[in-house]
Design a protein around this ligand. Structure first.
Ligand code: DCP
Ligand code: MG
Length: 359
């Protein structure tokens, strides 16, 4: 076995995500059983429900008609994907204050590699992934208004299981010396890639927990499961070498801010620009982008949730250009603003000009 340098991985997963956003926007829903999904008479299904509704047995992917039978008082809400996407972006922006190695799995779930500590504030958190996870969760609660749970572990597979351990609004840490015991007691269906069929086959062959599976030789595993047998051999011992993959090639670098109360007019928006541009500059420096910026853009979301993006060519992130973009964008709505974002689009390939920073 090759020795991997120890990693520190956080798996972050929001609690009853869609339902949490709905409760945030209408607190009177908090103590009621609620679900987000399609209507029963249109053969709809439940996307998710809050923990109150889960006590009645309501679950994701269940037919709404069945959910209503289990919980006749269930409050059913149609989904508002724009709101979920906005919350998801805000959460990703929080992550990127701590690491560039972020792998989103869905709107509400991501892996973060924080082996290097908190990149923006190397002196804080003493390199502790536990403290970073705690701070990220506190910021999601404060800035987005919903709760998230986290798992902290030396690899992705264990971090993902750990994030479920203290749900909702909790976190669970598996340190390297706890990995062996933690994995030994896991039922085999918790293993990454083991679905219902494989789990049934394993159970039939006498393997219920990972400890059971460890008694199998590599050749026995391979005989039963082919190439996946190798993977099982490693997983039941808590070994998972998959890296956190920041998915797509970066096409832009940006920062945005959702304001606690709406910014009333153009002059007040202008006053927000220096702070945003300062954060953008920091982020660009941190990204050490090899490619240069060829466009600048500014995004506005107005109080009524309409939005607009304005862009212009430019390789220099000059504040005068952003001021012009702001004026153009604001004219399109002329009403209070809930979110402002600024960013640069990176050229498709390496280009001559260096990325110039602010003047
Ligand atoms: N979702 C969906 N259909 C599913 C499962 C999920 O539309 N079958 C949506 C709604 C969820 C979101 O994806 O809010 C995130 O999925 P999760 O599995 O993380 O579930 P929740 O966040 O809702 O709940 P939990 O607290 O268990 O994470
Ligand atoms: Mg979730």
């Amino acid at each position: 076995m090759t020795h991997m340098p120890l990693r520190k991985i956080i798996h972050c997963d929001c609690d009853c995500f869609y339902a949490a956003v709905e409760m945030r926007d209408d607190p009177s829903l908090r103590n009621l059983p609620i679900a987000v999904g399609g209507r029963a008479n249109q053969r709809g299904v439940i996307a998710t429900c809050n923990y109150e509704a889960r006590r009645f047995g309501v679950r994701s992917a269940m037919a709404t008609s069945q959910a209503m039978k289990l919980c006749p008082d269930l409050v059913l809400l149609p989904p508002s994907f724009d709101k979920y996407r906005e919350a998801s972006k805000q959460i990703l922006a929080i992550y990127s204050d701590y690491t560039d190695l972020i792998e989103p799995l869905s709107l509400d779930e991501a892996f973060l590699d924080v082996t290097a500590g908190d990149i923006a504030h190397p002196a804080s958190h003493h390199g502790s992934a536990t403290l970073i996870a705690r701070e990220i969760r506190a910021r999601i609660a404060k800035e987005v208004g919903i709760t998230a749970s986290a798992g902290v572990a030396p690899n992705k597979f264990i971090a993902k299981i750990a994030s479920d351990w203290n749900k909702p609004n909790g976190q669970f840490v598996v340190t390297p010396d706890q990995v062996d015991a933690f994995v030994a007691q896991l039922p085999v269906d918790k293993l990454f890639g083991v679905g219902k069929v494989t789990a049934e086959k394993l159970n039939r062959l006498g393997a219920h927990t990972c400890a059971d599976l460890r008694t199998w030789s590599p050749s026995q595993l391979q005989q039963q499961f082919g190439r996946f047998g190798e993977r099982l051999y490693e997983l039941c011992r808590g070994i998972d070498t998959r890296e956190v993959n920041p998915s797509r090639e970066r096409k832009s670098i940006s920062v945005e801010e959702t304001y606690p109360s709406d910014v009333p007019n153009l002059a007040a928006c202008r006053q927000q620009l220096p702070h945003l541009l300062h954060k953008l500059k920091e982020r660009i420096e941190r990204a050490r982008a090899e490619r240069s910026a060829n466009k600048l853009f500014l995004k506005i979301r107005f109080a009524d949730f309409t939005r607009t993006t304005v862009e212009c060519f430019g390789s220099a992130t000059q504040s005068i250009l952003f001021t012009q973009l702001l004026e153009t964008g604001f004219q399109r709505g002329q009403k209070p603003v809930r979110l402002l974002g600024v960013g640069v689009r990176l050229a498709a390939d390496k280009v001559d000009a260096q990325l110039e920073l602010f003047c």
